[in-house]
Design a protein around this ligand. Structure first.
Ligand SMILES: [Zn+2]
Length: 374
């Protein structure tokens, strides 16, 4: 079983697929899944390869697995101990770009499904939602898959996102939510002039500073729901010409907010607007990621029970890290858990993963699929 996952992982790594290229990975995945009864629906958009592979189940309900075939660039090739697209195995380690993030994870899910189909185990409907645009802008990736499923009424009942969630051992950590991100550009307006003639000018920095002080002192509330407290950081302030005797006509500030699910975009927007209410200011908001949180309950318990059964580990239900494609599925109302390999070398030169991890993750995925009931 572990050999199947390893072989698939090697073949995926050997298909060069730096974002947004898929490099033939998804055609290869289709060749593996079609004999198991999966039908592929392509949702390609804007040069991105997106696929929904679906196998109708004997049991009710739909369990999905979400992942990506694209990888980040290699960086300097001469620094790699083995060529990044070789998929070379040495001393129990599988080397190559995508080994942890996240081609080997996809391979484990496919191996788990293949094993269960081979045993004629009754299964829920299984979907694989695979994009080649996760490491890039994610504009035409998983979000397009979700839109298509919303239109067709085929959204799953739960989804495992296969990102490398684990730290030291497979299954020691899952992600049950992620913070949201709001980024703001604030441009404070005034009127430029000579510092000796302030009556003819209007100092934009003098408007900006009290407003920024208001922003820095907004009370966003406490840590909530397993998340740290919302963080609001003023990260850049620029104003003035460089000359001491020129009153600045404008001042720009950049603000980065990482919010927990106790806050939301509208409450954040209102708070920032209120803090700047006394200013002539232009505020540009970019809500680049929505916070999500899968509540404690059956789905999380089942995933953690499977990990415990296979590994004996008690799993940390984490909410850390940046963003992931889980946010698009969560926004559509699908419970999301991220569970994958360890992440010690992701995006690094010399990315690699222990082959033994693939065996472990395949067993965990198999147990989850076997025990999942809707
Ligand atoms: Zn990834």
């Amino acid at each position: 079983m572990s050999e199947i996952a390893t072989n698939i992982a090697v073949k995926l790594i050997q298909r060069e697929s730096v974002t947004p290229e898929d490099g033939g990975c998804q055609n290869y995945i289709e060749s593996l899944l079609a004999p198991l009864g999966f039908v592929r629906t392509s949702v390609d958009e804007g040069g991105i390869t997106n696929s929904i592979y679906s196998r109708p189940g004997e049991l009710k309900g739909t369990l999905a697995y979400a992942g990506h075939t694209d990888v980040v660039p290699t960086g300097p090739l001469e620094q790699w101990p083995h060529p990044p697209f070789s998929g070379l195995i040495e001393d129990g380690m599988l080397h190559g770009r995508g080994a942890q993030d996240m081609k080997a994870g996809i391979a484990c899910w496919i191996a788990a499904v293949a094993e269960l189909c081979g045993e004629y185990t009754p299964l829920p409907t299984i979907q694989l939602l695979i994009t080649s645009d996760e490491e890039g802008d994610s504009i035409d990736g998983t979000i397009r898959i979700v839109e298509q499923m919303q239109e067709n009424g085929t959204l799953p009942d739960a989804v495992i996102v296969g990102e490398p969630s684990s730290f030291k051992h497979v299954g020691d950590t899952i992600r049950r939510g992620r913070r949201g991100v709001v980024q703001i550009k604030a441009t404070f307006h005034g009127k430029q002039g000579h510092s000796a003639y302030p009556q003819d000018a209007d100092n934009a920095i003098h408007h900006a500073t009290p407003a920024l002080a208001n922003i820095a002192s907004i009370d966003w509330g406490e840590a909530a729901d397993g998340f740290p407290a919302t963080s609001c950081q003023i990260t850049n302030v620029n104003g003035g010409t460089g000359a001491t005797n020129v009153i600045p006509g404008f001042c720009e500030a950049l603000i980065d907010i990482r919010y927990n699910p106790a806050n939301n975009f509208n409450s954040i927007k209102n708070a920032i607007e209120t803090a700047c209410a006394d200013c002539d200011v232009t505020l540009e908001f970019d809500h680049s990621a929505t916070a999500f949180s899968t509540p404690d309950g059956t789905f999380l318990d089942l995933v953690c029970d499977s990990i415990k059964t296979i590994t004996g580990i008690d799993t940390l239900r984490d909410t850390g890290g940046g963003t992931s494609d889980g946010r698009f599925l969560a926004a559509a109302g699908v419970p999301v858990v991220e569970l994958g390999l360890t992440n010690s070398t992701i995006h690094q030169v010399g990315e690699c993963v222990a082959v033994s991890e693939l065996a472990m993750l395949t067993k965990i995925y198999t147990n989850i699929i076997e025990t999942m009931r809707f």
